[in-house]
Design a protein around this ligand. Structure first.
Ligand SMILES: *[C@@H]1O[C@H](CO)[C@@H](O)[C@H](O)[C@H]1NC(C)=O
Length: 340
């Protein structure tokens, strides 16, 4: 029932143009068509309200970390499967020890058997890295971390970060690039998240945890550290977390699973391969010391596997690319054009 709009025609024209010039800016050309909401339409403060700064029109929210506190927001509803997404700009400069997390969880409802999907940005001396993780039914002893660098400086501009969670797969996106896909495998059992979750964004001082076990402490001479969120998207079936069956979610789930972001196109698959081979620097799937046999959902990719040692870390970290914080200078960011 989608009519070709001016927007789509323009996209098409751009795509054709870019096909011929080989000049692919995925952010502009493949942007998802999303319904964004205001803060109030989907979220509420979680803690340290005084550090949450909302724009007048309520479409943007700034999360501050200062020596008093970090802060956090939470969606007002729990969702029985969903698409959770925001454009985020991270604090600039002097960010070691800071963690900015965008995630889904139900730990407040199910403290012993919670589910969780994480995107966590870790500030370190060279800039930001990030990790994704998956927990189901309290599987905290089986971490499923992957860690990555980025091809841009996430403190310089907004990028969209998204978590898709359906009955049979989980996809993490950076912009429109599906950086990680977890297909539900029967062997996962309860480790696959299956209870309603809410969406969170938090910023906190992880001095003792994030960066080399506390080697780099947050330096409050540079406070406040500001993360900005905008173009929020919450899609899925809002439910009562305890009695999820009280709501008929089938239509909403069908709609979710039919959305463009629930299917990875061949071109996105290329981009995924490009990203993972260039920017992923740890994966639990290749960590044989931790998991002598890979966890059931791991689909080993030989071109990735070649890059990793048996401890899941890179054989050759030097050849690895990352943007660097370069205050004052223009950024030496690898051109994304036709890179994949
Ligand atoms: C989740 O964990 C609880 C408690 O350990 C267990 O009773 C239940 O069967 C598990 N659920 C699934 C789906 O594995």
């Amino acid at each position: 029932m989608k009519r070709p709009s001016v927007h789509h025609l323009l996209l098409f024209t751009l795509c054709v143009y870019h096909m011929f010039t080989g000049n692919i800016h995925i952010n502009n050309v493949m942007a998802f068509d999303l319904n964004t909401i205001t803060f109030d339409q989907g979220y509420t403060p979680l803690f340290s309200d005084f550090n949450i700064d909302r724009s007048q029109d309520d479409t943007r929210v700034r999360l501050l970390l200062n020596r008093q506190s970090g802060c956090g927001i939470i969606s007002t509803d729990y969702y029985n499967y969903g698409f959770f997404s925001a454009k985020i700009k991270l604090p600039m400069e002097k960010t070691p020890g800071i963690v900015v997390a965008f995630y889904t969880s139900n730990v407040d409802m199910f403290p012993k058997t919670h589910d969780e999907l994480d995107v966590e940005f870790l500030g370190n001396a060279r800039g930001w890295t990030f990790q994704t993780n998956v927990y189901g039914n309290g599987s905290t002893t089986r971490g499923r971390e992957e860690r990555y660098r980025l091809w841009f400086d996430p403190s310089k501009e907004f990028h969209r970060y998204s978590i898709l969670w359906t009955r049979n797969k989980i996809i993490f996106y950076v912009d429109e690039i599906p950086i990680r896909e977890v297909m539900r495998d029967a062997g996962m059992g309860g480790d696959y998240p299956s209870k309603p979750m809410s969406s969170y964004a938090t910023v906190w001082d992880a001095s003792t945890w994030a960066t080399g076990g506390g080697r780099h402490k947050v330096n409050y001479c540079f406070e406040p550290f500001t993360s900005e969120l905008q173009d929020l998207v919450l899609q899925g079936c809002p439910v009562d977390p305890i009695d999820a069956t009280s709501t008929n979610c089938l239509d909403a789930i069908d709609e979710l699973e039919a959305s463009e972001f629930a299917t990875i196109t061949p071109r996105q698959r290329q981009a995924k391969k490009w990203f993972r081979e260039k920017y992923m620097y740890y994966s639990y799937c290749y960590d044989r010391r931790r998991y002598p046999s890979p966890l059931p959902e791991c689909l080993l990719v030989s071109s990735e596997e070649e890059l990793f040692k048996t401890n899941g870390r890179l054989k050759n970290p030097q050849q690895f690319q990352q943007y660097w914080h370069s205050p004052g200078e223009s950024q030496r960011q690898p051109e994304m054009t036709a890179a994949y």
